[in-house]
Ligand binder design. Structure first.
Ligand code: HEC
Length: 192
């Protein structure tokens, strides 16, 4: 027995509240709602393919969504010095800005170790995707695709995941295997 009943509480029915809704009234309500949906306030303009393309910037682990362009660690070092080091510090190891953590570390050091690009990211494409959409923190979406490729190459090279001379582009980036890639455990595999 629920607490409410146990205390002698009785919920008032529709009738007790004075409502009386007939089937015809319900049908009329449904019709007027459908009419309201058909009429628009005629504000704004239709979304174009170009509008959508500007927002549709997700990059998948297999490289789907990567734009044309390319960059090397050396080119990325210049971008980094100019546009990133003010907050992330030299070499991605000594962050200055509140909230920014180190982006470079040695091998994976267990669950309590530092979580950086090198030790934690499962896919190399995440670096490109995240930097392009969110960095520089104070001016997101201002980097060219070449700059994003270059700084991605720089960060991967700092973590010793690619070589100093390796060029990163839509072909090569998805082929970079991150050190921790196979260590993620799917807790509920039957739910995906
Ligand atoms: C104005 C300060 C600022 C600038 C400039 C900046 N960042 Fe960041 N960055 C941050 C902060 C703060 C975070 C943490 C954001 C969060 O956790 O949501 C961050 C996070 C990141 C991360 C994720 C790190 C991780 O631990 O997974 C990457 C990668 C990154 N920044 C790259 C860059 C690059 C590349 C540039 C230059 C093109 C840049 N940032 C410029 C402040 C900045």
């Amino acid at each position: 027995m629920s607490m409410l009943k146990a205390r002698g509480f009785k919920a008032p029915g529709f009738r007790a509240l004075g409502f009386k809704v007939s089937g015809a009234t319900l049908a009329a309500l449904a019709l007027s709602a459908a009419g309201a949906l058909g009429e628009t306030p005629r504000l704004g303009q239709p979304v174009t393919e170009r509008d959508i393309a500007a927002w549709d910037i997700s990059v998948m682990p297999d490289g789907t969504g990567l734009p044309p362009g390319s960059g090397t660690p050396a080119q990325g070092a210049r971008v980094y010095a100019e546009k990133c080091s003010g907050c992330h510090g030299d070499n991605g190891r000594n962050p200055v800005a509140p909230g920014a953590g180190p982006m470079v570390s040695g091998p994976i050091a267990g669950i309590d170790g530092p979580k950086t690009i090198g030790s934690f990211y499962g896919y190399s494409t995440i670096v490109f995707d995240f930097v392009r959409r969110a960095m520089p923190f104070n001016m997101p979406r201002t980097l060219t695709n070449d700059e994003v490729y270059a700084v991605t190459a720089y960060l991967l090279a700092l973590n010793k995941i690619i070589g100093e001379e390796d060029a990163i582009n839509a072909e090569t980036l998805p082929r970079v295997k991150m050190p921790n890639r196979d260590n993620f455990i799917i807790r509920f595999p039957d739910r995906i």
